[in-house]
Design a protein around this ligand. Structure first.
Ligand SMILES: [Mg+2]
Length: 367
């Protein structure tokens, strides 16, 4: 089954409210829908969410690299010869989100062609993931109100607090208010998106001691090598690499050099193929993984659940899967639901992310 043509369709869907964190702020989901068409009529689909302020990819760069650089070399290859497709894409460095979406679209096409759900092809460990909800920059009381509401409405019991603000006391106060208001049974962890220095992160750890925080993600720039290693050595909780480890090579460098001791996997920037390599490195070296969110749409969230639920190690912790609730609409034809704090995989061939064509027509920006 040959790849006949690849489409990269830019579209824009507004968020209900702007989302704010240390690395940036978003108002509209300016994403790209990737469609891999085959000569047998099977179409594989995936969402590409650009994050310009983190990775430098934009909607335009994703469309250009896919249509003008990758597609001319990939068209004509067999959908199942993924290794050949990756050999082409690996020649170009960076552009992880564009590569990830092409990869997921290939898996989707393969699953549809075989009549098999991709979560089964990947590993079939379980059929749902626990959901972790991300709390952005807000005053402490508003954060607590939001967490309580998500607990009541969706059954969510794990929260990631976005930190990295100055003065540090803003974030430290939020940790104390959340723990006090949510009780001891709720899991709480931090993501600073490189907003602090390593030494500031050490100070936050000291001043939040006893609050039972479970993880500290990307506290500072990983290039602060010496201070970061010292932080990782002395931290009582795992220090998670996220934007410092977009590729399997980055993961091995950071883990082996002591720059982090847990890894956030994002299918949006790794696809399923490189995410599998990253997961193998992590389980082989014995470090924890989390399934992260790239402010994914429902289409993207379903890809995360598909990979996360497929493996034992990725389904152990709650996955960051609730960002789609911030969007005013979505391209997914059959909406995702969070039930008792969980999102289920779809038992249909491929990833199961069927697109609503009328919505795609309404939101696409290339016409
Ligand atoms: Mg992160």
């Amino acid at each position: 089954m040959k790849i006949q043509r690849i489409e990269a369709i830019p579209y824009a869907i507004p968020y209900h409210h702007p989302l704010k964190f240390a690395s940036g702020e978003v108002h509209t989901a300016d994403h790209v829908l990737i469609r891999v068409h085959t000569d047998e009529g099977v179409v594989g689909e995936a969402d590409a969410p650009p994050r310009p302020y983190t990775y430098g990819e934009t909607q335009t760069s994703i469309k250009t690299i896919v249509e003008e650089v990758f597609a001319p070399q990939i068209v004509g290859l067999d959908v199942f010869d993924r290794e050949k497709v990756h050999a082409v894409m690996h020649r170009t460095i960076h552009n992880q989100v564009a590569k990830g979406a092409v990869d997921i679209a290939l898996w989707d096409a393969a699953g549809k062609a075989l009549g098999t759900p991709v979560h089964k092809m990947l590993g079939g460990w379980t059929d749902s993931m626990r959901v972790s909800h991300m709390l952005g920059f807000k005053p402490a009381q508003e954060l607590l109100d939001e967490a309580l509401r998500f607990g009541q409405e969706h059954g969510i019991t794990t929260f990631k607090l976005k930190v990295g603000r100055r003065p540090l006391s803003l974030d430290i106060e939020a940790c104390h208010v959340l723990r006090e208001g949510l009780g001891e049974d709720v899991e709480l962890y931090l993501d600073a998106n490189r907003g602090w220095t390593a030494n500031e992160a050490m100070e936050v750890l000291r001043r939040t001691e006893g609050l039972g925080l479970s993880l500290l993600e990307e506290p500072c720039d990983a290039k602060e090598a010496m201070s970061r290693r010292r932080l990782v050595e002395h931290s009582p909780i795992p220090v998670v690499g996220d934007e410092s480890v977009p590729t399997a090579g980055d993961v091995s460098r950071e883990l082996l050099s002591g720059g982090c001791n847990a890894i956030c996997i994002k299918t949006a920037r790794s696809g399923f193929t490189e995410a599998t390599e990253i997961l193998g490195l992590c389980t082989g070296l014995g470090v924890d993984v989390t399934m992260g969110n790239q402010i994914d749409t429902q289409v993207g969230s379903l890809a995360t659940v598909t990979f996360g639920a497929a493996h034992q190690a990725t389904s152990r912790r709650a996955g960051e899967l609730s960002n789609f609730l911030d969007m005013s609409d979505d391209l997914l034809a059959e909406p995702i639901t969070i039930q008792d704090g969980r999102i289920s995989v779809r038992d249909e061939p491929g990833v199961g992310a069927g697109i609503d064509e009328a919505k795609l027509e309404r939101y696409r920006t290339d016409r």
